[in-house]
Design a protein around this ligand. Structure first.
Ligand SMILES: NC(=O)c1ccc[n+]([C@@H]2O[C@H](COP(=O)([O-])OP(=O)(O)OC[C@H]3O[C@@H](n4cnc5c(N)ncnc54)[C@H](O)[C@@H]3O)[C@@H](O)[C@H]2O)c1
Length: 381
């Protein structure tokens, strides 16, 4: 495992609980952090040099959870050393950079999965199952709502990494003036395609606005607040009957939403699904908290809950930083053991970044941007 921060903590839960996996080495440039992680989890080998770790013959898979600008070079080194790869999102910072990683993966014939946790949480997987079973008819419209992510106090005793400034760096985050959007929008686009049964997004439009944090707002993470906000993104799909929207209202952009975290309404021909995602809370039906509500024309409404111990980071019963990440790691291990293609791979990761770059270009130019028109070398920084 390389990059022992927030994401790695969650990945580790997957490897340690899987009967066919073992974490044999960890790597971090912050030697104190690497030592603490190894000690806490009883891992023998500690590296501070990634290139040395990928040459270790005892290792057959590398888990990359470093800052975004390192994803592609680290993927290429791992592929060239013949290792399977679990790489965090966003996979790359430009389409051409992502494609160079795809080529290395193809040349070496290794498995690569991008850490798209939104398609591995129980509530989202159930929504997709209901859509596939025809419960709402043909899905036609996706409405994503982004309310506040509220932190839970239950955290590891280990100190966070000493330097998380990469998140606000235009270049290291890949997001230019929009680091938050670059880091998160890949999740929204991946989910938007997943609920549309893998139909591709073709065109996006970003609405911009200024943003001020609400008075006394405690930031949920290390992001400072950029002066320009993208509070709304809309998009079209290959089938022009279908469309989607993402809307953000939370203390970070000075707005209030009663529904916490990420949630989606999927509108079909004869029914609709409301479902909570990362950090989700306050989806209510008949005075009770629900995780998924299925409404159908002329039929009873059905509610679902997925109680798996609560989230480890957010005040939410949706198990994102716990079971979601565990499901994702298990899926990669299954793909390696059974020689199958991971559900979310390198090409998917590049496409989600292309949609995000189209969003940022749209914000910069004030017009809709088609995903195909993104120049291979275009970056947001
Ligand atoms: N899928 C998810 O739900 C999810 C959640 C959080 C983060 N992420 C993604 O995971 C990645 C990491 O984010 P994070 O929040 O865990 O970051 P973080 O800042 O908490 O941790 C990053 C770690 O990488 C280490 N590092 C930096 N350069 C290194 C190098 N050259 N070699 C070895 N180690 C190095 C740092 O010292 C630090 O310990 C990001 O791309 C982020 O978008 C995904």
């Amino acid at each position: 495992m390389v990059g022992l921060g927030l994401a790695a903590n969650s990945h580790f839960k997957g490897y340690v609980s899987h009967p066919d996996a073992e974490v044999v080495a960890v790597c971090d440039t912050d030697i104190e952090n690497a030592g603490d992680f190894a000690k806490e989890h009883g891992i023998q080998k500690i590296y501070t040099d990634y290139e040395a770790m990928v040459q270790d013959e005892e290792i057959n898979t590398v888990d990359i959870a470093t800052p975004t600008f390192l994803h592609v070079p680290m993927t290429i080194s791992a592929a060239e050393a013949g290792k399977h790869i679990h790489c965090e999102k966003p996979f790359c910072r430009s389409v051409s950079e992502g494609e160079s990683a795809c080529q290395a993966v193809r040349r070496s014939n290794v498995k690569l999965m991008v850490g798209e946790t939104y398609i591995f949480i129980a509530s989202h997987m159930k929504a997709r199952e209901l859509i596939e079973a025809g419960e709402i008819g043909r899905p036609l419209q996706i409405r994503q709502r982004h309310g506040p992510w509220l932190r839970r106090n239950r955290r590891s005793d280990r100190k966070p990494p000493s330097n998380r400034n990469w998140r606000m760096s235009a270049e290291k985050s890949g997001g230019g003036d929009y680091p938050w959007i670059f880091d998160h929008a890949v999740h929204f686009f991946a989910t938007a395609e997943y609920f549309m049964q893998d139909m591709k997004i073709t065109e996006v439009y970003a609405l911009t606005g200024t943003c001020q944090p609400a008075q006394g707002q405690r930031l949920h993470n290390t992001y400072s607040v950029p002066e320009v906000d993208i509070p709304i993104i809309t998009w079209k799909y290959e089938d022009t009957d279908c469309q989607g929207v993402w809307m953000r209202a939370e203390g970070l952009n000075g707005k209030y939403d009663y529904v916490h975290g990420f949630s989606t309404t999927i509108i079909g021909e004869c029914g609709m699904i409301e479902v909570l995602g990362e950090g989700g809370h306050n989806l209510i039906w008949e005075n009770r908290q629900q995780h998924l509500i299925l409404h159908r024309q002329d039929r009873d409404t059905h509610c679902f809950r997925f109680d798996q111990g609560g989230d480890d980071v957010w005040q939410s019963d949706i198990c994102y930083y716990s079971q979601g990440h565990i499901n994702q790691v298990y899926h990669l291990i299954d793909s390696i053991l059974n020689d199958t293609k991971p559900r979310y791979n390198d090409e998917d990761g590049v496409r989600a970044v292309a949609c995000t770059l189209a969003t940022i270009q749209s914000a910069q130019e004030g017009r809709s941007v088609s995903v195909e028109e993104i120049e291979p070398d275009y970056t947001a920084y």
